[in-house]
Design a protein around this ligand. Structure first.
Ligand SMILES: [Zn+2]
Length: 294
């Protein structure tokens, strides 16, 4: 009893046992299948032309396979192309979501409507949290700024900083300390954005285009945590402790990679280097709010 073609039922003859695997279809059906596979390839090429596979296009490909009795093993040679176009599509979705998020955050705030719209877009584009790890930091940033704008400051764990009575910690971040070696060495020599810390001060958002502190001016002298409380700004490093009482602060300056706090009679400037621009903006906004609430 010989094997039969799984499509038309024709006997395949003895040779079929030799060419295993492909033996389940007769040569006539095989070439028919091959023509369908070719058409599938053409369809995929057409859809992949814009490096984007819409949901409808994906459905049409699936339907084509179903309607033409094609198995995934038949289209194996298009597998790499198929997975590439799917990956490009996912990246495009992430980009669309990121663009929408940056657009919503253009005013450095995030309204409930904007948030709802982004959530809907995320669902529509079928994006996971892992896809959005980077942009989620920005969303968290916008949420923080929106709350600060409404006068609600975050309250965070102060870890190794012991708080005084009536003191609450509003921010904590890892920083690298860079100190001026000599008096007035670089003050005013590069263009950070300075904000005078007086009542009624408005925080100015935006990235400083100043020179990078860490690259051009000095080496890191200590690493540690920077805390902002309603009473002081404190740095607790491995070697040093630095404190700025809020009442004595006159200026806050941000650079592209650092922040500086200035007391009335500051002798040698200290820079706290942060890689993350979101953190720099949060420190500025929270500090300004604290000064205004003090
Ligand atoms: Zn056949």
């Amino acid at each position: 009893m010989g094997a039969k073609c799984t499509v038309c039922g024709k006997s395949l003859g003895l040779l079929s046992y030799i060419s295993q695997g492909q033996a389940s279809r007769c040569s006539e059906c095989k070439s028919k299948v091959e023509r369908r596979v070719e058409r599938f390839g053409c369809l995929l090429n057409e859809f992949a032309d814009d490096k984007y596979l819409s949901r409808e296009e994906e459905q049409r490909l699936d339907e084509f396979l179903k309607n033409n009795n094609l198995r995934y093993s038949d289209i194996r040679r298009f597998g790499l192309k198929y997975s590439r176009i799917k990956k490009a599509t996912r990246l495009e979705h992430i980009k669309r979501y990121e663009d929408a998020t940056y657009e919503a955050g253009e005013d450095d705030l995030l309204s409930n409507e904007e948030y709802a719209r982004l959530q809907a877009l995320k669902a529509k584009l079928d994006l996971s949290e892992a896809d959005l790890a980077n942009i989620n930091r920005y969303l968290f940033h916008l949420t923080t700024l929106s709350l600060v704008e409404e006068g609600i400051l975050p309250v965070v764990d102060s870890l190794n900083l012991s708080l005084q009575k009536g003191e609450s910690c509003h921010y904590r971040t890892f920083v690298r300390l860079v100190e001026e070696k000599r008096k007035n060495t670089f003050a005013g020599r590069y263009d950070g954005i300075s904000i005078r810390l007086t009542r009624g001060a408005n925080y100015r958002f935006g990235r400083s285009k100043g020179t990078k502190i860490i690259k051009d001016y000095s080496a890191v002298t200590d690493n540690g945590y920077l805390y902002i409380t309603n009473k002081r700004v404190v740095f607790i490093g491995a070697r040093k402790h630095v404190a700025y009482p809020i009442k004595k602060l006159v200026n806050f300056t941000k650079y592209s990679d650092a922040v500086k706090f200035q007391k009335e009679k500051e002798k040698k400037a200290k820079y706290f280097v942060l890689e993350d621009q979101f953190t720099i903006e949060e420190i500025g906004a929270i500090l300004t709010a604290i000064v205004n609430q003090a």
